[in-house]
Design a binder for this molecule. Structure first.
Ligand code: A3D
Length: 321
């Protein structure tokens, strides 16, 4: 069977890491696209030159032309600019909405059958705009945030309990921002829920609360340390997990920004919820029961996403049509 084709739109920090991970996992051939000349070509060649040492077979090419993504099975989008000092949220939205418009047109023309994963921030609004721009079915366009946020939560919990990260499961719902909703009741170690682990004396409620808070601010913690950029290893690994579930029809249950059509009482908005990803894309949106405090946190998160999308519609009125 021919290798899958993975197109990476944006060959910056995350894009380069995605290319390396896709190679290491032999997910398929990789096309790196960027508007910056030389960067995608250089990164593609550098990773290809690592392949004999690392022992993987994949073609990696860099390009500044969308035609090279033709027929891609998976497209992962990281194109955009980060928020710089002095730039308002509207300025950032304005620029990245334009980028989503260009990227969406490229996908529409050359990769209309792809499974599209958006990573560009502000995530919940950008994935919404990208779906509008490319016109692909909503089940084929998702946003990556929940896998990363849950991975951070899992790592902090594994560290607290001194257990393998593999045995820690954790759930984070809602938009990708400080008001995301880490779900304590649905998180735990090898099936033992966190509230039980508190009762068993493995940790304290205060410690769990501080881990929840650290998870919410996980992106900012890395930005403060790096000073010149944001996280890229864990975001790339998270998107690769989603792409793998699609390409191998694994039907993983992963928290992703998915388009809701009534689930969780929301219609017409992308929001972080548990979904099953298989060969058809988002094959199922899982509605879990929330208690009143979890629902209140989710409502707050929904309101932030709604506000962001309303701002996008103001900037590009045609998106509201
Ligand atoms: P960076 O290293 O700046 O890479 C972005 C790349 O996009 C650069 O190489 C640009 O040249 C390129 N680019 C700009 N405009 C276009 C365009 N019109 N078409 C194609 N390429 C273009 O950033 P990064 O890789 O560190 O991060 C990428 C995005 O992911 C940013 O928006 C981050 O905020 C976001 N991000 C999201 C998460 C989530 O969990 C959702 C986590 C971390 C980063």
């Amino acid at each position: 069977m021919a290798r899958a084709k993975i197109a990476l739109i944006g060959a910056g920090q995350i894009g380069g890491t995605l290319a390396l991970l896709a190679g290491l996992k032999e997910l398929g051939d990789v096309v790196l696209f960027d508007v910056a000349e030389g960067i995608p070509q250089g990164k593609g060649l550098d990773i290809a030159e690592a392949s004999p040492v690392l022992g993987f077979d994949a073609k990696l090419v860099g390009t500044n032309g969308y035609e090279a993504i033709e027929g891609a099975d998976v497209v992962i989008v990281t194109a955009g600019v980060p928020r710089k000092p002095g730039m308002s949220r509207s300025d950032l939205l304005d620029i990245n909405l334009k980028v989503m418009g260009q990227v969406g047109a490229g996908i529409k023309q050359y990769a209309p059958n792809a499974f599209v994963i958006c990573i560009t921030n502000p995530l919940d609004a950008m994935v919404w705009a990208l779906q509008k721009a490319c016109g692909l079915p909503v089940e084929k366009v998702v946003g990556m945030a929940g896998v990363l946020d849950s991975a951070r939560f899992r790592y902090f919990l594994a560290d607290e309990f001194n257990v393998s990260v593999e045995d820690v499961t954790a759930f984070v719902l809602g938009g990708h921002g400080d008001d995301m909703v880490p779900l304590v009741r649905y998180s735990g170690v090898a099936g033992i829920p966190l509230p039980d682990l508190v009762k068993m004396g493995w940790t304290t409620q205060e410690k769990v609360d501080s881990i929840v808070e650290r998870t919410r601010k996980g992106g900012g913690e890395i930005v403060n340390l790096l000073k010149t950029g944001s996280a890229f290893y864990a975001p790339a690994a998270s998107a690769i997990e989603m792409a793998t579930s699609y390409l191998r029809d694994k039907k993983r249950l992963l928290p992703c920004a998915a388009f809701l059509t009534g689930q969780y009482g929301i219609d017409g908005l992308y929001l972080g919820v548990p979904v099953i990803i298989g060969a058809k894309g988002v094959e199922r949106i899982v509605e879990i029961e929330l208690d009143s405090s979890e629902q209140a946190m989710l409502d707050k998160s929904i309101a932030s996403v709604q506000e962001l999308v309303a701002e996008c519609k103001k900037i590009v009125p045609s998106l509201g049509a």
